[in-house]
Write a protein that binds this ligand. Structure first.
Ligand code: ARG
Length: 268
């Protein structure tokens, strides 16, 4: 190989090495016997979580704190790694495309995020930690109980989500209106700016519990599973998450968190 072709190759390899290791890094060994592989974190002493607020009850602000089911699950991982979780609130688009993880903005993404084949090409997922399905929310007593009933009507969707994909694919004849976050989406249903909205069942049931003027009028059997995202190839962290979630499921901590955040849901 001539020197002229070797140089770009070296540059490419260096660039790849920078990309795959991230900029700053600290190594942390999990407490349990995880097979000896070390977890590398983007900032010392911290487990940085990318998420998109609000997504109650998975992650939302309560006073000055960010709390929720996902926050508590990731706290278990942080505790096992003997570091503190730090939340990075960022648009869902950068999370689900793997962009934020690749840029070293955070170590993991926990955002009530559904595992999909497209996303799996751009980031790696932990094993499933929560089951979800798409659902429809509308004013109580409204006739909108299916996508078919919304022909010629306005249907709100959250940008970049599986709900948006579902609504566009199955809502022929309805006008979808895109919202950046779920707070704006649900406010639009409440004020009548849209006739109904599609989003994940857990989030919608929590909203109607607090807003009895609205109702969940349909659930669509999309069979979704949430996963925690890590940068493609970050196997040590992915395995660490799986190890912690598995232990929490076995010793009752997972069930306790489920009861804490989903008081109305039937026991899983
Ligand atoms: N589960 C849906 C999806 O993966 C919605 C997630 C939205 N999450 C959020 N934190 N805003 O597309």
């Amino acid at each position: 190989m001539s020197a002229r072709t070797a140089l770009p190759l070296v540059t490419a390899v260096t660039a790849l090495a920078i990309l795959t290791t991230g900029c700053t890094s600290t190594k942390t060994a999990g407490s349990g016997a995880s097979g000896g592989s070390e977890v590398t974190l983007v900032a010392e002493g911290k487990l940085k979580t990318c998420t998109h607020l609000p997504y109650e009850p998975f992650q939302f602000r309560k006073g000055s704190e960010v709390v929720g089911f996902d926050v508590d699950i990731v706290d278990l991982v942080a505790k096992d790694l003997k570091v503190t979780q730090e939340i990075v609130d960022t648009p869902f688009e950068g999370i689900q495309t793997g962009e934020d993880l690749n840029a070293g903005k955070c170590d993991l993404a926990a955002a009530g995020m559904t595992i999909t084949p497209v996303r799996e090409q751009n980031l790696d997922f932990s094993g499933p930690y929560f089951d979800a399905t798409q659902a429809l929310i509308a004013k109580k007593g409204s006739p909108y109980t299916s996508l078919a009933s919304l022909k010629g009507k306005k249907l709100g969707v959250q940008q970049g989500t599986t709900g948006e994909t579902y609504a566009k694919k199955n809502g022929a004849g309805t006008e979808t209106v895109q919202f950046e976050d779920v707070a704006l989406l649900l406010a639009a249903v409440k004020t009548g700016q849209v006739d109904a909205a599609v989003n994940d069942n857990g989030v919608l049931f929590e909203y109607v519990r607090k807003n009895p003027d609205l109702a969940v009028t349909a659930e669509f059997d999309t069979g979704e599973k949430y996963g925690i995202g890590v940068r493609t190839g970050n196997t040590a962290l992915r395995k660490e998450i799986d190890k912690v979630v598995k232990a929490a499921r076995a010793d009752g901590r997972y069930d306790a968190l489920y009861k804490k955040w989903f008081p109305a849901a039937p026991k899983k």
